[in-house]
Ligand binder design. Sequence first.
Ligand code: ATP
Ligand code: MG
Length: 266
Amino acid sequence: MAIIALVAAKGSPGVTTSALACALTWHRRLVLAECDPAGGSVLAGYLGGALDGPRGIGELAVGELRDGNLETAFWSQLVDLDAPKRERLLLPGVVDPAQAGSVVPLWQRFADFFTGLERGDPPYDVLVDCGRLHVAGPPWPILRAASVVLVVTGARLPDLSATRALVQAIERDFTEHRVPPGTLRLLLVGGGHGRSEVSKALRLPVIARLPHDPRTAEVLALGGTVRAGRPLMRATSALEVPVGALVDRRRARLAWPVPQGVPDAV
Ligand SMILES: Nc1ncnc2c1ncn2[C@@H]1O[C@H](COP(=O)(O)OP(=O)(O)OP(=O)(O)O)[C@@H](O)[C@H]1O
Ligand SMILES: [Mg+2]
């Protein structure tokens, strides 16, 4: 399918939890890449830190800067979330903030590499946890390369004002970098204002609303058995359909010139 990036304004709305829930329910082969410069949390949390040695994007970045070996080293830095199938793979994020210094200069390199994974054999979708954008060294090149950018937000008033500023910042950047329009969507988490109110207020379509499901969120944060029937998992399982439709629409647009004035549908 493509690169699907998740990003947020502030206040921990649930980017990592939503991304992990998606990764565990996705029907296609998928790599979940933790590209939050503030650090990854799936390895230490959901996976209970159980690994034989350091692994992830930090190690990959150090190797790439030293030997230029991203293509060969990539697969050995992944953790199989569903072993031994290698259908849902995790690229853990940085743990030590000092490692972020190696990763940040390579965002464009990672963006190009992730783009290639959808054309690999077998192909993988890449779901990227980009974290909050207002930090040092956010992964802008990955957002620009993504087929779908999901802006994760709560739907209460303070969430909306922070998210509005974020959406405007992304739109400005995309215009400046000539990113084809139509990739941005809102992903609501929990209660608050209704979908259409939020969409109107932020002038952006809402792709889905994930339910407030603290029991599942806790398992995803701390480890344990995730049940497919839980509300959050059912919702992320259903998210693949509208995301796929958006990817297809974007591909069709890039292949065919779009007439001026055609409105952007959900
Ligand atoms: N759908 C949900 N229902 C209930 N609680 C949730 C949900 N999603 C996330 N949470 C809880 O909200 C908190 C923040 O979640 P998470 O770490 O995923 O946010 P984040 O946006 O990635 O934050 P950060 O910017 O710190 O990385 C956690 O305690 C998590 O368990
Ligand atoms: Mg997070």
